[in-house]
Design a protein around this ligand. Sequence first.
Ligand SMILES: *Cc1c(COP(=O)(O)O)cnc(C)c1O
Length: 301
Amino acid sequence: MQSINQKIEFPFSSNCTVYIKREDLIHPIVSGNKFRKLKYNILQAKGENQTKLLTFGGAFSNHIAAVAYAAKKNGFQSIGIIRGDELEYKVNENPTLSFARNCGMQFEFVSREIYRKKSEPDFIENLKEKHGDFYLIPEGGTNELAIKGCQEILNEDDNAFDYICCSVGTGGTISGIINSTSEHQKVLGFPALKSDFLKDEICKFAKNNRWDLISDYHFEGYGKINDELVAFINTFYKQTKIPLDSIYTGKMLYGVFDLIKKGFFPVNSNILVIHTGGIQGNQGMNIKLKNKNLPLIQYHD
Ligand SMILES: *Cc1c(COP(=O)(O)O)cnc(C)c1O
């Protein structure tokens, strides 16, 4: 599957050409990189004759929504280990978890303290005793098969670009992109969170060093936003009709246009930004913003 590249007509882009790869249009819920990351994992689980997928995630996780939907579509049961035991009684108020439950996902809510142990062998063993055998997909979905899927984001025509920009969470998506670039290209990753380990994570999977991380646009941390970011997302939507999410793609595009403004890119650079999706998360974010009486994210008419 190939997504279209759309030219962005936006102020400041005058001395560079910016295109956006619309991976967000793959599916309204299982959009962008989460679809890519699951593709080969689903094939692997089928090959192993597994019947259950189990994974981990937070309250508004794009990954949880994607796994729940992919499980339903491919005839798997699914189990979501969800961070925050207070959420158990709030599923109805949470659009992401409601969607996942409607897809048939079973939840186990755990405290933040227990959630931190999610990669420990004892914890996984415990889950097997409770739920029976399952195919495990890590938090955020990053593993070797996910990277194989993300290597399919770029295609031959994308060789025309000098820079590829994408948002970074766990580092799986950017690793796949890095592995499918050509000699003359450079990949810039914009972390959506503060992390000292991201570089090491990417080094585990990346097969060349044509990449860098730009860590100035995480807006103080994962899921943290401010008025300026919301205003940017809304202006961008008004001018281009392209919706962004506030956790990943909004921060990345804010960064790209800020760098263009500051002259970071050589004049006449051809830049491709990857729209990794995540629009489902706006619903939950807007509920939070509304409760605080703050301006909402605009992402549809
Ligand atoms: C999960 C996600 C990312 C980050 O992907 P990683 O592979 O974890 O780095 C970026 N954008 C969106 C919309 C996502 O949902």
